[in-house]
Write a protein that binds this ligand. Sequence first.
Ligand code: ADP
Ligand code: MG
Length: 473
Amino acid sequence: MMQFIWEDFLKIVREELGSRVVETWFKAVSMPKWDAMEKVIYLQTPNAFVCNWLEKNYRHIFQTHLGRLLNVVDPKVVFLTTSSQKDNLPHVNAELEICVPDVKMPHTKTYRPAQIIPYRSKNTDVASTKLSERYGYINQKYVFETFVVGPSNSLAYAAARAVAQKPGGLYNPLFIYGGSGLGKTHLLHAIGNTVQAHNQKALVLYQTADRFVSEFINAIRFDKIERFQKKYQLVDVLLIDDIQFISNKDTTQEAFFHIFNSLYDARKQIVFSSDTFPQNINGIAERLRSRLASGMIADIHQPCLEVKTAILKRKAEESGQVISDEVAHFLASNITSNIRELEGALIRVIAYAQLTKEVITLALVKKVFLHDECPAKESVDFKGVIKAVSKHLSYSLDELRSENRNKELALARQVTMYIMKKNTNRSLREIGAYLGDRNHTTVKHAISKIEQHLSADPQLQRQISAIEKEFER
Ligand code: ADP
Ligand code: MG
């Protein structure tokens, strides 16, 4: 019943204020409670910012229309908010609380939805800001020349190069995804550097998605939306790093969606990086998701031993050191596949050598890692998992991949997925694809099922640790 009233209310507001306003401000609200005795309507809002905004600009809308639908004159409206830490707003408790307008709001009574402020050139705020301030900063250290290419990253590298050569061309938007420390940020900056080298006038903006979110929130709070939008709409190449951080930020997504569209229509290049495939980013509006995935998608995998060795040698060279093949090989095979960690290990070795004034030899490297409390080990691959699973649960890869839903086999399959997720750095999607083209949600479901059983099933615990023991050999 409440649901119907709420839907009718949204319909009325849509007619009165337009659907953009509804999408931006009203869709995130719900009406958890209506106290008919006291005539109080409780409205749940996602964060303090929305809460204050509604309070200031739309209280009367709620009062009038909900009042009419609920058949009362002049109901009281109480806005509630849960934690708004999501949007980094201050002064808000994590618990459900009554919203007190404590967030600085623009001093305006009139409503200004973020995304439909028309572009007005008379506002020259933007032009007077320093260029470097406006257009972020590209790290000159990250260039294509220092990026070591191998089978794990060649697609992403080639796509990035193509984009840098011809921004706004074939691969737009370019979406690069892969695990942490595998070179996504490096490629984004490399694109920026190349574009800038070819055309000094090109406006290239690198921004991380979380900074984009806080910038947007500040822009609204301090009434700088126009300036914010213009900043983004003027760029030639927009590089957004870690776009997954925009998830669950509905209003920011809305604003970003419009920026995306206007850049895309103007054939400006947009590049995203993310830790997962667009389909796997949670809490993101469908239409934005489809935009993200609408161009070229390139992934970066874990590098193989050769690439890791080459990267180490290159990095050592960059810091003016030479390391032997033996040393590079030792580090590459003993450190997990994350290149950031690999670099960290190398830096530690170099620092140790400089400190003790020793030459970097294999013996020295081993000494450094002997002191390591938690020696990094090479992560196991899918084949290794299958081998161990087959040994203990006696199912073959073909059986695990099959459609057969025999109870025991299905459990073995779920255990395999669980072990793969825990022991390899591969994504749910990759695990699903490997095990008979299964959907990532199936894998996710399987993993949480095993996790649930594990605590109450010592036999399952024993089985899984026996399988995992195999990896240590
Ligand atoms: P991500 O953004 O994917 O987490 P980064 O781009 O920050 O990873 O890379 C982490 C570090 O590893 C950086 O110092 C980067 O220069 C280095 N790196 C990653 N991939 C390569 C590569 N293929 N060749 C050279 N250096 C790399
Ligand atoms: Mg990064």
